[in-house]
Design a protein around this ligand. Structure first.
Ligand code: NDP
Length: 244
């Protein structure tokens, strides 16, 4: 399946590392004028050095006003990937208010903020668009040692559906991609100990975790016109673990 994004402008949040980095590179390789947003300048400098065509935007998504301003400055965006997220390992009985606030600000509030700016532009242009939210298997199954993260992905699942309902009439599609473990820096915080990741691996029908490219391929499909009637779905890239 040949997927190209020539003539399209794309924005990827959390593109400084991991999955977002891979998505930004793939979009640029597919011909999209690509904007990579993240909060650590050194990561963006590395991305830019490797991919000079990619534009970089350094902003902290936890800052609503600064994020809104930065995204408004970009102008037309046809393809949006809300990928940035944070995680914290804790037990439910030990969750603190600051942790909930921080995780929800980035994993949920920022998705609303960035998507509002982008979809208002899409509506004004009248030509539709595609938004992919990077959720998780945690959007469907409880992951014990990350209860706030799990709750934030549950919220994202329903936010995507709510967005679908309101934006669909404008031909703006909104879908989730839900990976299992991909050994990025985030995953290492939670899963680097095989004693923790082992049971999930054992339950996975395909017997392996995902790689960045597996997630990237799903995102490219949902961003592209090949999925033009697919709207409001959660596409699990999980080797079957949530199916059994
Ligand atoms: P990483 O931690 O490797 O990368 C996340 C990126 O998001 C980093 O560049 C980070 O920047 C950026 N980011 C985080 N907070 C902010 C912020 N406040 N403002 C701007 N940028 C920010 O994560 P992954 O690549 O692993 O995860 C990407 C997505 O995939 C997330 O939505 C995650 O929930 C989801 N996912 C990941 C899985 C996995 O196993 N890796 C499994 C299931 C879902 P910085 O480092 O500077 O903070």
């Amino acid at each position: 399946m040949d997927i190209r994004f020539d003539g399209k402008r794309a924005l990827v949040t959390g593109a400084g590392k991991g999955i977002g980095y891979g998505i930004a590179k793939a979009l640029a390789a597919g011909g999209a004028e690509t904007f990579a947003l993240s909060r650590t300048q050194a990561d963006l400098d590395r991305l830019k050095a490797e991919n000079p065509d990619i534009h970089t935007v350094c902003v902290d998504l936890a800052d609503w006003a600064a994020t809104k301003k930065a995204v408004e400055k970009l102008g037309s965006i046809h393809l949006l990937v809300n990928n940035a997220a944070v995680v914290n390992v804790t037990r439910f009985l030990e969750i603190e208010e600051a942790e909930i606030k921080n995780i929800f600000e980035i994993n949920v509030h920022a998705v609303v903020n960035v998507s509002q700016v982008v979809s208002k532009g899409m509506i004004a242009r009248g030509k539709g668009g595609s938004i992919v939210n990077i959720s998780s298997i945690a959007g469907r199954i409880a992951i014990g040692n990350v209860p706030v993260y799990t709750a934030s992905k549950g919220a994202l699942e329903m936010l995507t559906k709510a967005m679908t309902e309101e934006l669909g009439p404008h031909q703006i599609r909104v879908n989730n991609v839900n990976p299992t473990i991909v050994m990025t820096e985030m995953a290492k915080i939670v899963w680097s100990d095989p004693a923790k990741s082992g049971p999930l691996l054992k339950r996975t029908p395909q017997g392996k975790f995902a790689e960045v490219k597996d997630v990237v391929h799903a995102v490219m499909f949902l961003l592209s016109d090949k999925s033009v009637m697919i709207n409001g779905v959660s596409l699990y890239v999980d080797g079957g673990v949530t199916a059994v």
